[in-house]
Every structure is written in C-alpha cells, then in structure tokens.
Design a protein around this ligand. Structure first.
Ligand code: NAP
Length: 297
C-alpha cells in the first residue's frame, strides 16, 4: 500500500463539482492486474467533461480523473508485464469510471496496457497523448483510403486544439499540404510554425449552407468539430476524397444529403481511439514514435 496524490472530482450538495488534489491510497484503487506508477499524463477534452460532472463520461463521483497515463509498472499479476516496464495506457475505461491517470498511481487490467514503443518514452508519449494517438489514427485511415500528399490539400478543423494541432504537425511532417481551420486569428503564425501551409477562419465552414455541394477543394480532412462544419467539409471534398471524423466540439449532429457521396464518391470515416484493439493503439503510437524527425522536434 502506498499513499499518493490524485486529481479528484467530488460532487457538491448543490449539484456542482469540486476539483482538487487529494491524498489517496493504492488500496483505494480497483483490484486489477497492473499497478502503474504514473510519471506523465495529458489533458484531453474528455477530462474536462468528466471534471465538470458530465454523466455521459463519468457516471459515479467522487472520481479520479485522467483518460491516459504513462509510467512504470510497480506490481503485476500478469505475465505480460514486470516491475520496471515502461508502459502506456490510453482510453478504454481509464478516467471515465476507472480511476484515471491524473494521479501518481493507477491499477488497470493488463489488456489495457501497452509497452512503450520504439521512439517513445513515457514523457514523449504523453506529449502526444490521446490527442496525438487520435490524430495519427485519423491520418492512418485517410491513407488507407488513398489520400496521399500528391492528391491535394488536407483540411484540419479545430486546428489549435489538442487533436487538431498534432494532426497539423503530423500531416505536414508526412509531406501533406495542410490548411488549418481555426477560430483564433492570433494563432495563425503558430499554426504555420507547426506546418500549416495556410490558415482559414473557422467561420468559413461553421454555418449551415443549404447548397448540397460546395466547391471541390480538399483531398482529405481531419475533423474534430462535427456539426455544420462537418456537413460543409463533406460538401467540399474532391471526388474520391475522405474526411476522418473524430470529434463533436461544435455539435454531435449535422444535416447532409447523399449527393457528395453518390456524385463525388466521398468517404466519411469514423475514428475511435478509445475502444479499438490494443494492437491498433500500439500501431498508432509506433507511427508517431518512428516518424521523420524534424528541426521542430
Ligand atoms: N474519437 C476519439 O477517439 C477522440 C479522441 C480524442 C478527442 N476526441 C474528440 O475530439 C474533439 C477535440 O478534442 P481536443 O482534445 O482536440 O479538444 P480541444 O483541445 O478543446 O480543441 C478543440 C478545438 O476546436 C475548436 N473549437 C472549439 N469550440 C468550437 C466551436 N464551437 N466550433 C468550432 N470549433 C470549435 C477550437 O480550435 P480553433 O479555435 O483553432 O478553431 C479548439 O481548440 C473533442 O470532441 C473530443 O471529444 C475524440
């Protein structure tokens, strides 16, 4: 048993939530196979939802937040892991209804844990975090649909956010021409410094447009925004183009017609980083770890 510090979300009597650092004990953790001493975690959109009491993310409070973590195995009853192994956990139920990674310890099922792949140590893996894994999974899916750099421009929405900014950097690193869509004009230079070729105002795609098709501009897109933005992105794909859809910051719903799908053969690709098999998470993280290093690294 060890005492440790954790980011803890507790309900107040008036229905609001209190967030604080508290002292907990490893005996408070669920009786899973692998006890991990957490060295690094990252902050994600879903962490904010949980920390604000969103019941779609976390049903039971009080709760130890944090949907990802990296560190060293301290105890393991699984033959897959031994004390001292450097490991990463992202997604599944971590930080949702299982005590999460914004803490010095987690105890999780062995089936959620992966060894740090080549090119990533615990710190570096959490610099990318779940956002980086999601960005890479979006790129993998676009590539599987034949979206290669010579096909044309790739749009990234929510470009200054966690997923968006890493998608901009990873796409540029892989040789794509990236158009970053952002609501923050003052961040345009930052977006160019991480690899965007140009930056557009998010308002350009943010409102419902009743035209069933728009000018065919993008070979592909990574969309974290959803809502009318996603509807407009679909209408703006070139023939055969694809959009990887992974988020809902504008809205989870959008209106669409079948026309871009049947007249331009475009593809709407769903991306989930949470429940996919561990081997695909490992593949995504390996791709990040072994990508071409640049001066920006
Ligand atoms: N599918 C998965 O497995 C998975 C994994 C991770 C995250 N996600 C989802 O991906 C989304 C983004 O996550 P994140 O961690 O990148 O969040 P984030 O860091 O908060 O970034 C979201 C970005 O979206 C833009 N934005 C914010 N409000 C907006 C609005 N009302 N309309 C249009 N754009 C808006 C902002 O960028 P600009 O100011 O630059 O426009 C903001 O930085 C979330 O919905 C999250 O739940 C999904």
């Amino acid at each position: 048993m060890a005492s440790y510090k954790a980011f803890y979300i507790q309900p107040n009597d008036d229905g609001s939530f209190k967030r604080s650092i508290v002292q907990r004990d490893t005996s408070d953790l669920p009786p899973n196979e692998v006890l991990i001493k957490v060295q690094y975690s990252s902050l994600n959109f879903k962490d904010a939802m949980s920390a604000h009491g969103n019941k779609g993310v976390t049903r039971e409070f009080p709760h130890q937040g944090g949907i990802d973590a990296a560190g060293e195995v301290e105890e393991s009853s699984s033959g897959e892991f031994k004390p001292g192994d450097r490991v990463i956990v992202t997604g599944y139920d971590l930080g949702m209804n299982t005590a999460g990674g914004l803490a010095q310890y987690i105890r999780v099922p062995a089936a959620w844990v992966l060894h740090c792949p080549r090119g990533l140590n615990p710190k570096r893996s959490m610099l990318f975090g779940t956002a980086g894994l999601t960005a890479q999974l979006c790129i993998n899916k676009l590539q599987r649909m034949g979206v290669t750099p010579e096909k044309g421009e790739i749009l990234v929405t929510g470009a200054t956010g966690g997923v968006g900014s890493i998608a901009v950097a990873l796409l540029a690193n892989a040789g794509y021409t990236v158009v970053a869509s952002s609501g923050k004009a003052e961040q345009a230079d930052m977006l160019k410094s991480i690899g965007a070729s140009s930056v557009i105002d998010r308002a350009e795609f943010g409102e419902f447009n009743k035209r069933p098709m728009l000018k065919a501009r993008f070979a592909g897109a990574v969309d974290v925004v959803g809502g009318d933005t996603l509807g407009n992105v679909i209408k703006s794909l070139k023939a055969g183009g694809s959009v990887a859809c992974c988020g809902l910051v504008q809205s989870p719903s959008f209106e669409a017609t079948v026309l871009p799908f049947i007249l331009r053969g475009v593809n709407l690709l769903g991306v989930d980083s949470v429940e996919i098999p561990l081997v695909r998470k490992t593949g995504g993280l390996e791709a990040i770890g072994t990508r071409r290093q640049t001066a920006r690294d």
